[in-house]
Design a protein around this ligand. Structure first.
Ligand code: ADP
Length: 518
């Protein structure tokens, strides 16, 4: 079987060998086992279902939310002589019906559909007439409400599978799935947990960096000057920011276009095309841009403000370097951006449980901005990888400032959090440690704690920054919604017991504190 797959790979796609994970996923599917495939962006997920589609009898149904990509995919398949089509809302009613009839008669090896089709009872009935041997669910994380891009119509896939006289083999593919989302995909598509094939999320050609405490506009102009004419994307949080940045850059002589949902359809398509075909080098955009964009030579993705969570960040940043060349993923962090993201969550129509989850994800995103450990490693851990190797080339791995031992200061903070019974947020903990005596402290009798005033040589701001650092390094964790409380993370226990030492880079106020207080 494997030889045949290799032959098809060479014959239709011109490649000599499979990439990591591809052969395993393909042979699993060919052996009739449902499979969840997790591979990083650019890892080559399409081939994982396209090759089985050619080797299995009948038709493969591909469910994809990316309407703009379907045509490209189908055209690319047609170019190499593979019969494929797509059915989505871009077609007229008649055209859709004709294609469906042709699909039922077995004309195509692959049929791409948008998940919204599954909401139509007539369409589901028509599907039953097709001889479907494989269903490929692309962007499978969209099925989970714990993913960052939940699509309710993905939930119809389950019913669709049940409609077939014989259940087809199912391939679920994604590049962004936390363990919780993966478990959801398995549960909702009834795929056994032991049929998950993951090649890891690491993208070795991406150079992650967080810029803190610098003027973002000055950083941008400086960076663009040094990387003139390189294609790149700048993500901003609001349309207003996009408009302002774009005209600012154009005025400064850079070739920049913009993209956000407030532009007309024509403007959006025009600006996107100009970027894709390298007429403008930089595209300033909100997160409305990017789904389904396949531009391989993006050399940098700069986030002008804080993204809402790590999944969204990794997906947006991951649009850099799809061609495998070195590319930068830079996040410009200003603490005041946190408020905007909280506002977005607060204003959304999510229910309380989901809002709480979103706040938690935002806190983990903020942790990324504060960590001094490997940035790629932080992301991989978020996606469930255990003890990832440091990448050796992110901003933190390359930060050669000397490390100081801040264990004693860390112990003070951690024991104060414990004494406060993990019931208060960062500011209250900082106040107690600084020995502040405002009304709240006095009325809760926090001034009687043994840790009260333990860091009184520090300002509250300095202590709060140090708490951010400890949170970023995952000694502390934030619990709850919009106003989270600080709690000890598992790692904290070893520090309190004196079994693990804490190090921090650069000039640290907390270090000076040790000099004063010991
Ligand atoms: P993904 O959907 O995982 O982001 P794609 O399926 O679009 O990735 O594949 C990314 C690129 O890698 C495509 O240009 C594809 O042709 C190429 N590719 C896929 N498999 C192989 C392979 N085995 N050898 C070489 N190139 C491959």
């Amino acid at each position: 079987m494997q030889d045949e797959a290799l032959k098809v790979l060479k014959q239709y796609f011109g490649y000599d060998g499979f990439r990591k994970g591809q052969d395993e996923i393909i042979s699993n599917l060919l052996a009739g086992r449902d499979t969840v495939g997790i591979m990083p962006t650019g890892g080559g997920k399409s081939i994982c279902y396209q090759i089985p589609a050619l080797l299995l009898p009948g038709t493969t149904l591909v469910i994809s939310p990316l309407i703009s990509l379907m045509k490209d995919q189908v055209d690319a398949l047609a170019d190499v002589g593979i019969a494929a089509t797509f059915i989505n809302s871009s077609l007229s009613f008649n055209e859709g019906r004709n294609r469906l009839a042709a699909a039922a008669s077995g004309k195509y090896k692959l049929v791409y559909i948008a998940p919204e089709r599954l909401e139509l009872p007539d369409f589901l009935q028509a599907l039953q007439r097709m001889d479907v041997s494989l269903v490929a669910v692309d962007e499978a994380h969209c099925i989970s409400q714990w993913g960052h891009d939940f699509r309710p119509s993905y939930r119809k896939i389950e019913a669709m599978l049940a409609h077939f006289p014989k259940r087809p083999v199912v391939a679920a593919l994604t590049a962004t799935a936390t363990p919780r989302v993966t478990a959801d995909i398995c549960r909702l598509l009834q795929i056994p947990q032991n049929q998950v094939i993951a090649t890891g999320f690491a993208r070795d050609n991406l150079f992650f960096q967080v810029i803190r405490g610098q003027n973002p506009d000055a950083f941008l102009t400086d960076y663009l000057r040094k990387n003139r004419d390189q294609p790149g994307i700048i993500y901003a949080a609001t349309r207003k920011d996009v408009d302002r940045l774009c005209s600012q850059l154009a005025k400064a002589g850079f070739s920049a276009g913009k993209y956000h949902a407030g532009l007309s359809e024509k403007e959006r398509v025009d600006n996107q095309e100009r970027f894709i075909y390298d007429d403008v080098s930089v595209l300033v955009a909100t997160n409305a841009f990017g789904m389904g964009i396949n531009k391989s030579n993006v050399r940098f993705v700069i986030h002008y403000s804080l993204p809402r969570n790590i999944e969204a960040y990794y997906q947006e940043a991951g649009r850099a370097g799809r061609d495998g060349e070195k590319s930068d993923c830079i996040l410009l962090f200003s603490p005041q951006d946190i408020r905007l993201q909280k506002f977005f969550i607060d204003q959304s129509d999510m229910d309380e449980a989901l809002k709480k989850e979103e706040y938690h994800k935002l806190d983990q995103m903020i942790g990324y901005c504060h960590t001094e450990s490997c940035l790629q490693g932080y992301i991989l851990r978020y996606f469930g990888e255990e003890d990832p190797e440091p990448c050796h080339h992110c901003g933190n791995c390359l930060d050669t400032r000397e490390k100081s031992d801040v264990t004693v200061a860390a112990q003070k903070v951690l024991s104060c959090v414990k004494r406060m019974r993990e019931r208060y947020g960062k500011l209250m903990v900082a106040k107690v440690l600084a020995g502040a005596s405002d009304q709240k402290i006095l009325s809760f009798r926090l001034d009687r704690l043994p840790t009260y005033g333990l860091m009184k040589d520090q300002t509250q701001k300095q202590i709060a920054d140090f708490i951010d650092f400890l949170t970023g390094e995952q000694y502390l964790e934030l619990r709850g919604g919009a106003y989270p409380t600080l709690a000890l993370a598992t790692r904290a226990v070893a520090v309190l017991k004196g079994e693990e030492r804490v190090f921090k880079k650069g000039a640290v106020h907390a270090v000076q504190l040790e000099v004063h207080s010991e």
